[in-house]
Design a protein around this ligand. Structure first.
Ligand code: CA
Ligand code: CA
Length: 146
């Protein structure tokens, strides 16, 4: 009887262990954060984390945050190599954080990929062709293991 219970406990423990693929992809934390120069906005690359509330653990996503209730939005851009990952806006601290996963359509992330992120303050009233926002900051990383 005791032996049987032990076998059940081992089986339950095996189910709780995350899939091998997810843990392998998270072996090196390539995550980084880019803040606007006034620190009112940020875009974070999360290599592996809790993901969108309620959706469980997730691999490779961006979180855009507006830290200041100043009437300005926060604009985030991303590049994967020379590919533009498009743009995401978050309007005010109450609206965020915005979870953004632009990597799926590019087939995921791999070691050696170059990920660039830009965060800007964005005045919706100034929106016009060529307006990029202000107090922008950028950074990029070459990913160790995707
Ligand atoms: Ca990684
Ligand atoms: Ca703001």
């Amino acid at each position: 009887m005791k032996r049987a219970l032990t076998a059940v406990a081992v089986a339950v423990a095996a189910v709780v262990v995350p899939p091998a693929q997810a843990s392998a992809e998270a072996e090196h934390d390539d995550g980084f954060v880019v803040w606007t120069t006034d620190r009112c906005g940020s875009v974070e690359f999360v290599d592996y984390g809790p993901g969108e509330p309620g959706s469980g653990g997730d691999d490779d996503y961006l979180v855009v945050r507006d830290h200041c209730d100043d009437g300005y939005e926060v604009k985030a851009d991303g590049w994967l190599g020379w590919y533009w990952l498009r743009v995401k806006y978050v309007d005010g601290p109450a609206a965020g954080p915005v979870f953004w996963d632009p990597f799926v359509e590019h087939g995921g992330l791999y070691g050696g990929d170059r990920l660039g992120l830009t965060a800007c303050q964005y005045d919706r009233d100034q929106a016009a062709s060529g307006y990029l926002g202000f107090n922008c900051a950028s950074d990029q990383r070459v990913l160790v293991d995707g």
